[in-house]
Design a binder for this molecule. Structure first.
Ligand code: AMP
Ligand code: GLY
Length: 413
């Protein structure tokens, strides 16, 4: 079987790594991929939003299954275009992908179907938004309505911060011309619940937790994610059951009822608050870096599972119970501007898994080529041991331009 994976980051590398373990898979292509995954997949120079070129490639190569990583490809309608040509693809169509691409749509859906989430209101006028914020007071959360690469959310601890965010989003159009959603501030540990979904059927993957802030102790700016681990000792069986029965299953059913039936990975970004589990956000795809710690735990065949979900059959999902923990190496300056093409050495000494998030290899030499560069994933019996192993691995890696968090997993310790 021939598989095409769309995307270029660590998430896609982890998907490729797991697919390459399947005895049914002969050949994997990555479009566009990155040099660090070239041992397992042939890189194809097509952008992840060039829908027409992706369809053409899949037809030419007789691709048996395509798996979509990034939300931008889904929002660009890649699934709709593949299905129109009779090509098998794992991911939601453009309409169902609105659960991530429009925060307002997601919030309205949750309200209509009584799915627990923070109270909210949306605005396109700066004056009205600012009046509402002053009435509600701080802390308060301001979210840009469209896609903003995880950067369009401001948790404002003061009215001044809230005002600046509103000005950025509604007056200066920093991310574009969409509305803002203003939300009640919630508190508690966050976790990621990724589920395979086919219409009303929900097949949960194992729980994981991301670390969004750039620096230790959850300080610094929000990033795409600086590390993750799975499983989560602070989420009980009952919590997980509540999240599945009151959030993930009702949301899948709500999407069907709303004529936006979802196939693919529905990602619940959830918070355990004092009033129960609530939704912070939904994504319509695998998380990054959550995928890099969840998929290595999968002992059953991922290629078979993808096909089963698409064919409306129950997938078999068998998990390793050890703790998998990943630490991201990012370029100095990320999530702001950063330099590329600094040499990275010593990767061959690492004992854990190395997933390439943004690397370039020239004449056998590895360089950084993105904000997030590599993720090192180790496994052990406990979170503490897995973290220690990952940090030991990182000490073997030489580069003058990378930073990482040394406290991944702190919620569990
Ligand atoms: P999002 O992109 O919606 O996941 O938001 C990014 C981060 O902002 C989340 O991971 C939370 O840490 C924080 N956040 C978002 N919404 C809220 C909220 N209503 N209350 C508290 N924190 C929030
Ligand atoms: N790790 C956060 C995300 O994938 O959106």
């Amino acid at each position: 079987m021939k598989v095409l994976v769309i995307g270029s980051g660590g998430r896609e590398h982890a998907i490729i790594d797991k697919l390459s373990e399947s005895s049914l898979v002969d050949k994997i292509y990555a479009a566009p991929g990155n040099d660090g995954m070239a041992k397992q997949a042939e890189l194809v120079a097509i952008s992840d939003t060039d829908v027409e070129a992706l369809v053409k490639f899949a037809l030419e190569k007789n691709i048996d299954l395509t798996v979509v990583g990034p939300e931008v490809s889904l929002a660009a309608g890649v699934v709709d275009a593949f299905k129109a040509k009779g090509l098998k693809i794992f991911g939601p169509d453009k309409k169902a992908a609105r659960i991530e691409s429009s925060k307002e749509y997601a919030k309205e859906l949750m309200k209509k179907y009584h799915i627990p989430t923070a109270d909210f209101q949306s605005f396109s006028s700066y004056e009205e938004a600012w009046n509402y914020v002053q009435e509600k007071g701080a802390p308060i959360v301001i979210k840009y309505d469209g896609l903003a690469a995880g950067k369009g959310v401001v948790v404002a601890m003061s009215l001044k911060e809230a005002q600046k965010a509103l000005k950025d989003m509604l007056v200066d159009d920093k991310y574009g011309k969409d509305k803002v959603v203003i939300e009640e501030y919630l508190e508690g540990p966050e976790f990621s619940f990724l589920c395979f979904v086919d219409g009303k059927n929900v097949y949960p993957l194992e729980l994981s937790q991301d670390h969004k802030r750039a620096f230790d102790d959850d300080e610094g700016p929000n990033t795409g994610g600086m590390g993750a681990y799975s499983p989560l000792p602070f989420i009980t069986k009952e919590d997980r059951e509540e999240a599945l029965e009151k959030i993930m299953k009702p949301t899948a059913a709500a999407l069907v009822d709303d004529d936006s039936s979802f196939t693919g990975v529905l990602y619940g970004g959830l918070m355990k608050t004092k009033d129960g589990i609530k939704v912070i956000e939904f994504n319509c795809r695998f998380g990054d870096p959550e995928t890099e710690v969840v998929l290595p735990r999968l002992e059953s065949d991922l290629f078979v599972a993808f096909n089963k979900v698409i064919d409306h059959e129950d997938p078999e999902l068998v998990w390793d119970n050890q703790v998998y923990l990943g630490v991201v190496l990012a370029s100095e300056g990320y999530p702001g501007s950063y330099e590329k093409m600094h040499a990275i050495n010593g990767l061959e000494k690492v004992t854990g898994k190395v997933y390439a998030m943004g690397v370039k290899i020239v004449d056998g030499q590895t360089y950084n080529n993105g904000g997030r560069v590599l993720i090192i994933v180790e496994k052990a019996d406990t979170v503490a041991k897995a973290r220690e192993k990952a940090l030991d691995d990182i000490k073997k890696i030489e580069s003058d331009n990378l930073f990482y968090r040394s406290d991944i997993g702190h919620w569990a310790l």
